[in-house]
Write a protein of this length. Structure first.
Length: 182
């Protein structure tokens, strides 16, 4: 039996799908049920507003909204719901700065949590959604703790690799200097 989605990953265009799949993949790794949708703040404003108004009734607990350029999707959704909304700015010809500013500059009272531009932002949006859900779930919180431990292991492994590489390089340099003196 398929689990009912608790996170909605919504984007303004199918051109955002590659980036937003990083959010979906991250949610899947944590075992979080999600839905994927396309709805435009500008081209389908009524559909977007209806989605936001009905999301809570459908069991959605967090909304991740990705958009580029004018990037009003997250703000429009936030205006129509009391659910947490996380905005993911898409990369654009302006390196995503236009998207970032459109999402982050919300008026007081209509918050949108905004993450980094592009892939890193999509991944972080999913992790932030998992953290929000983890506040009331010890099972999810344990997965987050395991995730943090895995990050530490990866950094330690990379550090060990670079320390070994630097040590070998220093030893090679020492041999080269001795050979030049001979």
């Amino acid at each position: 039996m398929k689990k009912k989605p608790v996170v909605s990953v919504i984007m303004g265009s199918d051109s955002d799908l590659t980036t937003m799949m990083n959010a979906a993949d991250t949610l899947r790794k944590f075992g979080i049920a999600y839905e994927l949708k396309i709805s435009s703040a500008h081209r389908t404003p009524e559909k977007t507003a209806a989605f936001a108004k009905n999301a809570k009734k459908k069991g959605i607990k967090v909304i991740i909204a990705g958009a580029g350029g004018a990037a009003h999707l997250a703000g429009v959704i936030a205006a129509h719901t009391t659910l947490p909304v996380i905005g993911v700015p898409m990369e654009t010809v302006l390196d995503g700065v236009d998207s970032l500013l459109s999402i982050v500059q919300m008026p007081a009272g209509i918050p949108v949590a905004t993450v980094a531009v592009g892939k890193a932002g999509a991944i972080n949006a999913a992790i932030l959604a998992v953290q929000i859900l983890g506040v009331s779930s010890s099972t999810i919180n344990k997965k987050l703790e395991d995730h943090k431990k895995e990050l530490i292991k990866k950094v330690e492994a990379k550090n060990k690799k670079i320390e070994t590489t630097v040590l070998v390089t220093k030893q090679d340099r020492g041999k080269t200097r001795k050979n030049k003196k001979s």
